[in-house]
Design a protein around this ligand. Structure first.
Ligand SMILES: Cc1cc2nc3c(=O)[nH]c(=O)nc-3n(C[C@H](O)[C@H](O)[C@H](O)COP(=O)(O)OP(=O)(O)OC[C@H]3O[C@@H](n4cnc5c(N)ncnc54)[C@H](O)[C@@H]3O)c2cc1C
Length: 379
């Protein structure tokens, strides 16, 4: 961002990332205007399952490790503050997550995971046999070994996004739904606002948090980070009494909501901007869920939906300044946008204030794609 002091900012995109940033910026005294092309919070951020699980599947040298863990640590206060500011409780469920092994190869994998987590000083308990059944009595016979991650949680992301919208407005941010931003205005080599519907909206800085659509928003001399959608389908069952905490297996995950619904997710598909639920998606997720929790056989079907996860070309988010001063990207959070919302808001808020982000964000630098984009243009 540089050190140019600004007193206002435009945020493009009203998903969890844009809303969290708008709230953070407004709380620090900036005038904030957020543009959303559709309805606030209705895209990927409402379609998600709400896992706050940085330890799930954590690999050695995972570039997201420190951001993910730091963001999880922020969650209890974040959820409490949003509930207090908005009156909408996002229902943070702090019962841990159970990663299940179904088959010999997977048992070795969770043993490796347990040892790795402990080497980092992270809480992780190997549970099997009767202890596993006591922890989660609903499990079917195929799941006899597991890894309990007591600090990986879940949140009701639909309520969280609703609460964030209200909290951002109460902090002074102006949310404008139904307004598609067409381009970023650049004046004297600096981002100076946005253009939407033939109008110009000036601002001292612009943050693009437009999810899977980020690449569509250009401007003079601007190379947006590449973005594409990755469809995820969810089947919702219930009300049902089990499971009582999130269960995660290689085939699917199950996430209970406070009202008794059980979300079963999720597919990872390259299907363009098509948000349809498919017969194959429904069948595969339902079969996988029933194998893990057979008692769900009698559960009523509640609903099903699909959402578009925002991905970049290397699967990592783009968080930070663009090559044009005054422009910041916060996009490409793929499977982790709910988890990473609090930390993304914190670091982008610091950048907007001209402060150090406090994290090594080199791997997420939005400018890392510029070389490839130039080659595409030349070729
Ligand atoms: C099925 C599924 C399950 C998931 N489960 C989890 C999970 O358990 N845990 C987790 O951490 N993450 C999960 N995710 C990922 C998470 O949902 C995303 O990473 C996150 O929602 C991204 O937030 P966002 O604000 O960047 O994008 P979005 O929520 O998509 O918001 C972007 C917004 O920008 C708006 N926009 C786009 N272009 C413009 C424009 N030109 N002008 C104005 N507005 C514009 C869009 O309309 C949209 O509302 C899941 C996703 C899916 C689909």
């Amino acid at each position: 961002m540089g050190r140019t002091p600004i007193d206002d900012v435009i945020v493009v995109g009203g998903g969890i990332i844009g809303l969290s940033i708008a709230r953070e910026a407004a709380r620090s005294g900036l005038r904030v205007r957020l543009f959303e092309k559709g309805e606030v919070g209705r895209e990927a951020s409402s379609a998600a399952a709400g896992l706050i699980g940085p330890q799930i599947g954590l690999q050695r040298d995972d570039p997201l490790q420190s951001l993910g863990l730091a963001s999880r640590d922020l969650y209890p206060a974040f959820a409490r503050e949003i509930a207090g500011e908005s009156g909408i409780d996002p229902c943070l469920l702090e019962r841990g997550t159970l990663v299940l092994a179904c088959g010999a190869g997977e048992i070795e994998e969770i043993d490796r995971q347990a040892a790795f987590h402990r080497s980092l000083g992270l809480a992780a308990e190997r549970v099997g046999g009767e202890a596993l059944q006591r922890l989660e009595p609903s499990l079917g016979p195929g799941c006899s070994e597991g890894l309990h991650l007591p600090r990986d949680w879940s949140v009701d992301n639909v309520r969280l996004v609703q609460g964030l919208g209200r909290a951002a407005e109460r902090s002074g941010a102006r949310l404008q739904a139904g307004t598609r931003v067409d381009r970023i205005l650049v004046e004297k080599g600096r981002a100076a606002g946005v253009g939407a519907g033939g109008e110009r909206f000036p601002a001292g800085a612009v943050v693009i948090a437009a999810g899977a659509w980020t690449q569509e928003i250009g401007g003079a001399g601007i190379t947006p980070p590449p973005s594409h959608p990755v469809r995820g389908q969810i089947v919702c069952l219930g009300p049902a009494a089990a499971p009582c905490r999130p269960l995660y297996s290689h085939a699917c995950y199950l996430v209970p909501r406070r009202d008794g619904r059980i979300l079963v997710g999720s597919t990872m598909e390259r299907a363009g901007f098509d948000r349809q639920v498919t017969a194959a998606g429904l069948a595969a997720l339902t079969a996988a869920a029933l194998a893990i929790v057979p008692a769900l056989r009698g559960a009523p079907f509640h609903s099903a939906w699909a959402g578009l996860r925002p991905a970049t070309d290397d699967g990592l988010p783009a968080i930070g300044p663009a090559s044009v001063p005054g422009l910041v990207y916060a996009c490409g959070h793929l499977r982790n946008g709910i988890l990473l919302a609090p930390i993304t808001a914190l670091v982008v808020g610091r950048m907007l204030r001209g402060e150090d982000s406090g994290f090594d964000l080199a791997r997420f630098d939005p400018r890392r794609f510029a070389g490839a984009a130039r080659e595409r243009e030349d070729g």
